[in-house]
Ligand binder design. Sequence first.
Ligand code: ZN
Length: 257
Amino acid sequence: MATPQNGFLNSLPSATLALLTPHLQRSDLPLSREVHVVDEAIDAVWFPETALLSMLVPARSGDSVEAAMIGREGVAGLIETAGSGRASATALVQVDGAARSAPAAVCRRLLRDDEAFAQATWRAVEFQMTEARQSALCQALHPVEERLARWLIECHDRVGGRSPLPLTQEFLAAMLGVQRTTVNAFAHLLQKAGLIRYSRGSLQILDTEGLARRACECRDVVRGHRQRLGLLHAEPRRETQAGGTVVQMSASRTMDR
Ligand SMILES: [Zn+2]
């Protein structure tokens, strides 16, 4: 099996990865598949490579909010596997792509028997906690335009810079905690600045570096945490299409918030 392109798996010592590798399965995850459903038992732990997962937290009203995303830097379901065994959020495929998975029972055994695996799990817990706290700070203090630039760049980072990305306006609006019309307005500002192109339901990143400079400090802070915790992955590859990364801004889903 080819080397996994996942920051958590790559952070494991080779002896530990060798224990896990026979149990790792590679899958192509289709858009909108729910790999975990909130409150249900977790039977597999997922390590995205080019796929991007949204972590959906439900409200009693039936609405749900994307509280975090997990791409090739992270792991979904391992923390719960170490604890209750039940999903704390629904993990939905936001960007289709490749991922590895391992049976939860295998991960549970490694947590018990392999100290390096347990330590890596604690690092993943710490990363997700620090990221959640940073997002709370971001939501409270940083302007929408900077937060939009942050999420576009973070999506780009977490799927290795590939394109096109089928990100919905609903997703970006939910990540930012604003209405879709607000996302549209600020996307227009970024377009006027020559950083993105936004037309006919697709959003193209024209200037990755320029967009990164418009992003709030949170992208760098989160990257610093990831570096400190050894959850590294290769830098995103450069755009392969003339004009840059294409991010689909589908209006197929509606949301009134
Ligand atoms: Zn921020």
